[in-house]
Ligand binder design. Sequence first.
Ligand code: 5RP
Length: 234
Amino acid sequence: MSADTQKKAAAEHAVKIVDKGMKIGLGTGSTANYFIEAAARKVKDQNLDTVFVATSAETYHNAQKLGLKLINIEDAPFLDFTVDGADEIDSSYRLIKGGGGALHREKIVASSSRFVICICDESKKVDTLGKFPLPVEISRFGVNPTAWKIERVLSQMGFESPKMRLRANKEGKPFVTESGNAIIDLDLKKIPDPERLEAFLNSLPGVIECGLFIGIFGILMMGTDKGVIETTRK
Ligand code: 5RP
């Protein structure tokens, strides 16, 4: 079974929770898009008054095109739940996110939700985070000094010659997030202590948000060849 089929199955499993009167956060990425499609079908078929908050312009446009009612996060500071994908997830429900560059808004929306569901294919499940480069959103003012501080923190934490790359867009220019920031991707191979790394990175002036999501996601719905496996964080 392909990764896409697994993603779609996970999204269709998650949509069972969608109900009338709910306010739901929508993540960004291909898996989140499958959830948007499934939610749009359900809302239309059952004539639900459910409303949604988007984590990116791409998600907003996809949801709007399919007829979902979107509201502004400022008008919905508390959401019933959020559904989002992952770049990596470990057995403690710690995630790397931000492959699509939406990590800042994804973290704000997810952490404003009563519970957060990760939908993904089984390739996203890892023993140790870090094979996927960790995105760190930083201010565009002082990119070099912030990069230097990140390098120093990584060296203090014992990462040996980690590769750091300023993310570029398709034109080869520095990628700019929807919040107007830059992203540095850290190729760390293995992150033995994600909590410590997150605390260090987020304490640096110039760092807006790092792509580690810890203690935020509580439910995992993972598409596998044997069907969708749903588990809850202990
Ligand atoms: C975007 C994200 C996505 O959730 C992550 O990149 C997974 O993407 P996909 O569902 O396309 O595999 O964090 O910022």
